[in-house]
Design a protein around this ligand. Sequence first.
Ligand SMILES: NC(=O)N[C@@H](CC(=O)O)C(=O)O
Ligand SMILES: [Zn+2]
Ligand SMILES: [Zn+2]
Length: 342
Amino acid sequence: MQKLTITRPDDWHLHLRDGAALKAVLPHTVRQFARAIIMPNLKPPVRSVTEATAYRDRILAAVPAGQRFEPLMTLYLTDNTSPAEIMAAKASPFVKAVKYYPAGATTNSDLGVTDIRQCDRVFEAMEQADLPLLLHGEVADRGVDVFDREKVFIDRHLIPLQQQFPKLRIVLEHITTSDAVQYVLSADPIAATITPQHLLFNRNDLFQGGLRPHFYCLPVLKREQHRSALLQAATSGNPKFFLGTDSAPHPRNGKESSCGCAGCYSALHAMELYAEAFESAAALDKLEAFASFYGPDFYQLPRNREQITLTKTPWRVPDQVPFPESELVPLRAGQEMTWHMA
Ligand SMILES: NC(=O)N[C@@H](CC(=O)O)C(=O)O
Ligand SMILES: [Zn+2]
Ligand SMILES: [Zn+2]
């Protein structure tokens, strides 16, 4: 196949940051995607409907002239989130979900939840309101091996959560293991997003000839058997698995450091990366539903009507793209890609 025309996709997990960083990265997402679920882990985080509405306005103000993009907002769950805020979120036309970060698990998660069992009233309100819960599904427990943190989260927190709130709609974000695939397949109502890096790379890529900070994100890349389980899930045509890039911009000096930040930048070429992954599984025919149908279906939103076209045109990923006071190194910088989005 040389050319692929599909319904314009959406990104169901995206970090846009704020201010000058937002202005630098947003055009990349707008080029490819019609809508995105916007992560709330700003400094300080987006904790209320008022803050989410103001952040949405800043995003819309940064959309390049003449282009269209719809940010779908989320609230950052803390120990102090109230059921009243959940009701306000449900009443808002802009807020589509609530994001749970275990305190200390990832970038800007210090104000995340310290004990999930303290959130019962909020989860009850979300279940009633049918407002989805998005999970960074890792325990932050330093005693748990970093490669096991997703599986331990499922066993320790997710299974009890689903038993207690059986109607709460959940998205297990950026899944990285066959354990997560198995769990999502076995339970309801739960779906999962999958990033391009977890479909294309395994943990060997983190150490290929030296330490490769631009492959470092959380949850960290896993063994090949897990990558191949994710690719199988993404290309299976099961609507429980859909696109979420987790594109997470950090300046070069934040990544190339003695304590490098977690996050891969893929907004520049997300669809090209996914196309390559799907082609490797001989499943390009499954890309459209993964990228453009199952996400809106889960969020109970209409599917997009416009189309995009990808062609087989080799091109080289730039070594870096502009970013305030530094630069941004995209995933696979300097390497050749096979697919190109016009
Ligand atoms: N994925 C990452 O490695 N980083 C994300 C946070 C997150 O999604 O966990 C970020 O905000 O930088
Ligand atoms: Zn995360
Ligand atoms: Zn993320």
